[in-house]
Design a protein around this ligand. Structure first.
Ligand code: SF4
Ligand code: SF4
Length: 250
């Protein structure tokens, strides 16, 4: 993935569940390109996320984003969950059974009450292991690439276009981090494992002042909405409400 593969944080399994928002002072942030388009702070966050595509078109003209393949989103605190279908897909890619996948790559299993389990864990959602020395995903290669890229989970594939991040211009800009060793301007930050963040996000305020503005890659609204819907659909299917409540999604 990128991101944060993020990663659903499970309080019982992880000492440092990924925060859903940054504690940074947003008043220090640069102005967005369209400050008239504001979020709806009076509505509950979950409701705002669901109606965001229809009422918060701050990304109507697309968003500046280009993955740098830094791999930081595969090293954040939090969990990556695979649906039963994704478990089957990755197992097939690796040419191993779901049972072997569970034994080699998984640290937690969730079995929905209505799932028909067999000895190969069919019907279960699975949470990927992490490397012990740095907490990164075990599928993250030294090169920064994903070893199961063609079958990577929806959670990974849709980052950073998650409903929680696309909730408003503020939450989008809040997800942006600057590359290591780049001088920080007011309101900017570096990546860290607890707060996460994506250095591929080009904040509108930054792109509007960039000398290389013409080179900024724009992801179109249609693509953004498609990824956001895929992330939402996955989240709705997730079988454990207590984990949903602390998830990567809302
Ligand atoms: S599965 Fe791939 S994209 Fe997802 S966290 Fe692991 S290395 Fe990153
Ligand atoms: S640029 Fe963003 S999406 Fe790409 S690897 Fe880095 S953190 Fe992940």
């Amino acid at each position: 993935m990128g991101k944060r593969r993020r990663e659903i944080s499970r309080a019982s399994d992880h000492d440092h569940p990924r925060p859903t928002s940054s504690s940074r002072d947003l008043s220090q942030r640069p102005l967005s390109i369209n400050p008239q388009k504001k979020s709806l702070p009076s509505l509950p966050r979950r409701i705002r996320a669901r109606i965001a595509p229809f009422t918060l078109p701050f990304f109507e003209d697309g968003l500046g984003f280009e993955c740098t393949e830094c791999g930081k989103c595969c090293r954040v605190s939090g969990d990556v969950w695979l649906s039963p279908e994704e478990v089957a897909g990755v197992s097939a890619l690796l040419n191993i059974t779901a049972k072997a996948f569970r034994e080699q790559h998984v640290r937690a299993v969730l079995s929905p009450s209505d799932a028909i389990e067999d000895e190969e864990y069919g019907g279960s959602w699975m949470c990927l292991k992490k490397k012990q020395h740095d907490g990164s995903c075990t599928f993250l290669k030294e090169s920064g690439q994903c070893a199961i890229y063609s079958a990577r989970p929806v959670q990974c594939e849709t980052y950073p276009f998650w409903p929680s991040i696309l909730n408003s211009m503020e939450t989008w800009e809040d997800e942006a981090v600057v590359q290591d060793n780049t001088p920080l301007r007011s309101g900017e930050r570096y990546w860290n494992a607890d707060e996460g963040g994506c250095e591929g996000i080009i904040a509108p305020s930054a792109s509007s002042t960039s000398e290389n503005n013409a080179d900024v890659r724009i992801v179109e609204r249609q693509t953004i909405v498609a990824k956001m819907k895929a992330a939402r659909k996955q989240w709705r299917r997730f079988p454990a409400d207590e984990i949903k409540e602390t998830s990567w999604f809302l």
